[in-house]
Ligand binder design. Structure first.
Ligand code: NAD
Length: 259
């Protein structure tokens, strides 16, 4: 990827898919606004990018908080002066529980981070992308698009489906500005997401299916590495994908075809 003179915003850049994507884009010469709600994680990503010879702009914000996101995007624009690539990645699994068990507050939290966070990310960055065009990649999931067997994941599934739908709607609405919008749908990926996952009373809704040879046909069950997701995101963000918009790219080793 030739990212010279390009600037990206990556949300959730402190861990997992976001961290790997920030590093991947920076290695291609892109200046990366690395946004996360945990300052120590932002600092670690910034240091890793600097150590590899890249440029990162650290941004600390909760993606579901309008004021914090407004300030973060303003800080990025002040430092970098332009914006070409937006990766709406920050997300949580949240509480997994049956629909008659999950509380309104738990439901709202999952929707707030995953969906409202994506809305705010696009709402605040699209005015800057409009100046010269660009690329948006929304990190959805196999959950909510092809896979519905994750017990208790109703709120997560609903948010991920909405993110994918939003990517198609925006692909059409923003095409006139030369802004491409795509989604990626990762399968199980080795990240720190378990730290943002809580489970309650799942026995009542669990789907009783077992795959003795694992859930991921391509790898005999081994999950993806964050870098494997980041490579596909970087492709969609690059000029190599200049005619690609409104696409959901599955990066799951075939997992969603099985379950
Ligand atoms: P992760 O927990 O390793 O990383 C997520 C990062 O987002 C963390 O650094 C966290 O601090 C940050 N974050 C969480 N809430 C935030 C908020 N409100 N504001 C700002 N930052 C916040 O998880 P990950 O697996 O890398 O998840 C990234 C994306 O990938 C998510 O959207 C997730 O739904 C999606 N995804 C993950 C998997 C998987 O198996 N790990 C599968 C499909 C999709």
């Amino acid at each position: 990827m030739d990212g010279t003179d390009k600037v990206a915003l990556v949300t959730g850049a402190g861990s997992g898919v976001g961290e790997a994507t920030a590093l991947r884009l920076a290695s291609g010469g892109v200046t990366v606004g690395a946004l996360d709600m945990l300052p120590e994680r932002v600092a670690a990503t910034e240091a890793a990018i600097a150590a590899a010879g890249g440029t990162a702009i650290p941004l600390i914000a909760d993606v579901s908080d309008e004021g914090q996101m407004r300030a973060a995007v303003a800080a990025l624009m002040e430092r970098a002066g332009r914006l070409d690539i937006v990766i709406a990645n920050a997300g949580i699994n949240g509480m997994w529980a049956p629909i008659d068990d999950i509380t309104p507050a738990e439901w709202d939290k999952t929707i707030a981070v995953n969906l409202r966070g994506t809305y705010l990310t696009l709402h605040l960055t699209v005015p800057h992308l409009k100046r010269q065009g660009g690329a948006i990649v929304i990190v959805s999931s196999i959950n909510g698009t092809r896979t519905f067997t994750t017990a208790g994941a109703g709120a997560y599934t609903a948010a991920k489906a909405a993110q994918a739908a939003l990517s198609n709607q925006m692909a059409l609405e923003l095409a006139r500005y030369g802004i491409r919008v795509n989604a990626v749908c990762p399968g199980t990926t080795r990240t720190n997401m378990s730290q943002n996952t809580w489970r309650r009373n799942l026995e009542a809704v669990r789907i009783p299916v077992e795959w003795p040879e694992g859930q991921i046909p391509l790898t005999k069950g081994q999950p993806a590495s964050p870098a494997e997701i980041a490579d596909a995101i970087a492709f969609l963000a690059s000029d190599d994908a200049r005619h690609v918009t409104g696409t959901w790219l599955y990066i799951d080793g075939g997992q969603s075809l099985l379950r």
